[in-house]
Write a protein that binds this ligand. Structure first.
Ligand SMILES: C[S@@+](CC[C@H](N)C(=O)[O-])C[C@H]1O[C@@H](n2cnc3c(N)ncnc32)[C@H](O)[C@@H]1O
Length: 317
């Protein structure tokens, strides 16, 4: 069954992934492709979050709390349909969101009063969690290049009854100049090859995958991360995140930005107890990265998570 699962995916992709993951994590990845896990997050009043768990139990689920995200529950390997058919999910009081996506926001350490930029924001799932962490204090700017995706984001925010967000539509690469030193926290959840979101039942999810597209994306990612760094106030922090395993889009992007040093940045540890977290790579093929890249986090599949990458960088001056 396992080998059959991998034979559905492009050979070159599977071969690369074998070089990236250790044998144990490779098995976890194969298992997660066959039995994807689902997670939901409470979007109602924080003090009533317990109702979410009660409701899920009444509906026959076994919700497991998430240690580092108090309003999220792991549902395990259940069918998507069994979750989306729930009334509270349909009305988005319980919001279906991947645990990796929540981790990126929790790693930002957003506090009430922080001014925050979400550089590549649509469809707005992470924006809505950032908004919750701000607890009504501080500016939140959500930028997105695609007009049609901005419409989707506006619809989602409306459904979640969130109205106090400044929406910008344009290339995130420009914000470094227009919004220099404006923010305490920035999320750069950049467009990527999406390897962590390939689904065996959906060939479209990997139809555009290829090494040349990875390299093209990497160039855009460097420009977006440089812009994100520039928008930070001294002492401010950016989380650079992708949902892909490709080192060219992860450690190599961060390494390039650090070496170009247009904005002085340091790599910080990510303070989340993630069972699926692994240290960032410090080399890939012929490329050697700065040793501090191991402070960045590769989230592997399993433990309710999908493959993801996060780097936390602080502006030093
Ligand atoms: C990984 S998705 C973001 C997902 C979002 N953070 C969420 O959690 O719902 C990346 C987004 O970046 C947008 N994008 C692509 N190029 C961009 C650019 N140059 N500037 C800003 N956004 C861009 C894409 O349209 C896409 O919506």
């Amino acid at each position: 069954m396992m080998n059959h699962a991998l034979s559905i995916l492009p050979d070159a992709f599977v071969e690369r992934t074998r070089q990236i993951l250790n044998p144990t994590d490779l098995v976890l990845w194969e298992e997660s492709l066959i039995h994807p896990a689902l997670t939901v997050r409470w979007t109602g009043k924080p003090e009533r979050a317990g109702l979410g768990a009660e409701y899920l139990k009444e509906q026959g689920f076994t919700p497991e709390p998430v240690e580092w995200c108090p309003e999220a529950w792991l549902l395990g390997s259940v069918t998507r349909r069994s979750v989306t058919s729930l009334e509270w999910v349909a009305e988005q009081t319980l919001f279906l969101q991947s645990l990796s996506s929540m981790a990126a926001v929790m790693a930002m350490g957003v506090e009430p009063g922080h001014d925050v930029l979400d550089l590549c924001a649509a469809p707005g799932a992470k924006t809505s969690l950032i908004h919750r962490r701000q607890a009504g204090r501080g500016i939140l700017v959500a930028n997105e290049l695609s007009r049609s995706r901005v419409k989707r984001m506006l619809a989602l925010l409306k459904r979640l009854r969130i109205s106090d967000i400044d929406i910008l539509t344009g290339p995130g690469e420009m914000l470094g100049k227009s919004h220099e030193k404006c923010f305490d926290r920035v999320l750069a959840d950049v467009p990527c090859s999406g390897e962590g979101r390939f689904h065996l039942s959906d060939a479209a999810s990997w139809s555009r995958w290829g090494e040349s597209s990875i390299n093209g994306l990497a160039r855009r990612q460097v420009a977006l991360l440089e812009s994100a760094c520039r928008t930070l106030r001294p002492g401010g922090e950016v989380i650079y995140a992708t949902c892909t395993m490709a080192p060219e889009e992860n450690e190599l992007v961060v390494d390039r930005v650090l070496k170009k040093a247009r904005t002085p940045m340091e790599v910080c540890e990510i303070d989340l107890p993630l069972e699926a977290g692994r240290p960032g790579l410090t080399s890939w093929k012929s490329h050697e990265c700065a040793p501090e890249l191991q402070r960045t986090v590769r989230v592997v599949a399993g433990f309710g998570m999908t493959p993801f990458y996060m780097a936390r960088l602080r502006r030093t001056e």
